[in-house]
Design a protein around this ligand. Structure first.
Ligand SMILES: Cc1cc2nc3c(=O)[nH]c(=O)nc-3n(C[C@H](O)[C@H](O)[C@H](O)COP(=O)(O)O)c2cc1C
Length: 167
């Protein structure tokens, strides 16, 4: 299966999960980076990212040559910001065609409940969340490594099983 994992991470939680999943899937790994970095400390951290996600702003991202429609499977990995997808992932999605690629999400959050975020993201892709495999992780960098590894393994199996898991 020709698979890609595309991730954005402000503080490393999503990066850890994305790297681990890509290695288990044998997938290509792409990092979305903003031209202007978001603050990582204090109130500014929540203010700027929260505002951009809430109001659907699209921060400028560094050039990334990646055509989702050329893959069988594209996993989008991202932190939840203000109950929605982190804004830089929306910048990645904008203008890209996903064609027949299956899409799955890995969503990192402080609460571990990414229901609203998955729905928001699936809608942006014109997909139904019921037909999209979602792995919701509570601050993966803080999880015991064995627990994270177990969840990533199970998700990789779901994505590659002939039955197609949640697809
Ligand atoms: C701007 C901003 C908004 C956030 N909003 C939420 C939220 O609405 N719900 C939640 O559970 N966590 C929220 N978080 C926490 C992150 O989703 C969580 O810590 C995630 O694991 C961070 O991933 P990262 O290290 O890859 O950036 C927010 C964090 C930031 C920076």
């Amino acid at each position: 299966m020709h698979a890609a994992v595309v991730y954005y991470s402000l503080e490393g939680n999503t990066r850890l999960a994305a790297q681990s999943l890509a290695s288990r899937l044998g997938a290509e790994l792409f990092e979305v980076e903003t031209v202007k970095p978001y603050p990582t400390h204090g109130l500014a951290k929540f203010f700027h990212g929260g505002k951009d996600s809430t109001f659907g702003r699209l921060p400028q991202i560094k050039p990334l040559t990646m055509d989702p429609s050329s893959y069988d499977l594209v996993v989008l990995a991202l932190p939840m910001w203000a109950g929605k997808a982190a804004a830089p992932i929306n910048s990645f999605i904008k203008g890209r065609q996903f064609g027949n690629a299956k899409v799955a999400f890995v969503i990192a959050s402080a609460s571990g409940d990414a229901t609203s975020c998955a729905k928001d993201l699936a809608g942006k892709l014109g997909r139904s969340v019921g037909n999209t495999a979602v792995l919701s992780l509570k601050d993966p960098a803080k999880m015991p490594r064995e627990e994270l590894g177990g969840q990533i393994d199970a998700f990789a199996k779901q994505l590659t099983s002939p039955a197609g898991g949640a697809f």
